[in-house]
Design a protein around this ligand. Structure first.
Ligand SMILES: [Zn+2]
Length: 212
């Protein structure tokens, strides 16, 4: 049983303010320049493109080097977007690209975060709004409540018998949920319906519909 002090020293509570600022700054760069970067295939503005690649690589390496063999903890920030996406990719026979499946997973995750009171509505909406100009989908008809349940059962096998689900509390920070029943089917179902409504209003469903 961890003591209070150990709990306070868990990775998320020990995140330095500088690192939170770094993550926020990276998000803001993507948010501000994504249309220009996508149009230019990440070529312009060149200094922004380099900055985004540099910062994201460094943040990813900083995360991975703390736990390279996954022997230290199953609570990994890099798992965000990777709870529902593997099952979604498989069910579409991998016609849905990995990045698209991860975007849908992240859209569902921030929607669950808001529904369960972890994340403010404006932060959740800002995150969703940042996916759309990048041409990323926020939902797919194949992602049903039943598939989400199967995906979470699978996650438990891979993450030390708990879901260890990175739950965002703001754009730069997550906490981790351990219990499988902290994500009830009813909340998942309502979140999927909400995303589907938002996607049909804004025309940002799964891109692969057009490819298949
Ligand atoms: Zn991935």
């Amino acid at each position: 049983m961890p003591t209070l002090i150990e709990g306070l020293l868990s990775p998320e509570y020990s995140v330095l303010p500088a690192m939170l600022q770094e993550r926020k700054a990276l998000f803001e760069l993507c948010e501000s320049y994504q249309t220009a970067l996508i149009k230019s295939k990440f070529g312009a503005p060149e200094e922004v493109s380099r900055e985004i690649i540099w910062r994201s690589s460094r943040l990813m390496l900083e995360e991975l080097q703390k736990n390279p063999y996954e022997s230290h903890t199953y609570q990994r920030l890099v798992d965000m977007g990777h709870a529902f996406s593997p099952a979604l990719e498989a069910t579409t026979d991998f016609r849905l690209h990995h990045g698209e499946a991860v975007a849908i997973d992240m859209a569902l995750t921030v929607t669950l975060a808001e529904s369960l009171g972890f994340m403010r509505t404006d932060e959740r909406n800002r995150f969703i709004a940042a996916l759309m100009p990048a041409g990323l989908p926020i939902c797919a008809p194949e992602l049903t409540v039943e598939l989400c349940e199967v995906a979470l059962d699978e996650v438990v096998y891979h993450r030390g018998r708990s879901i260890n689900f990175p739950m965002p509390v703001e754009i730069s920070r997550c906490v981790f949920l351990e219990k499988r029943d902290s994500l009830p089917s009813s909340v998942i179902g309502a979140a999927l319906q909400r995303l589907s409504r938002e996607a049909s209003r804004k025309g940002c469903g799964a891109l692969f519909d057009e490819r298949s």
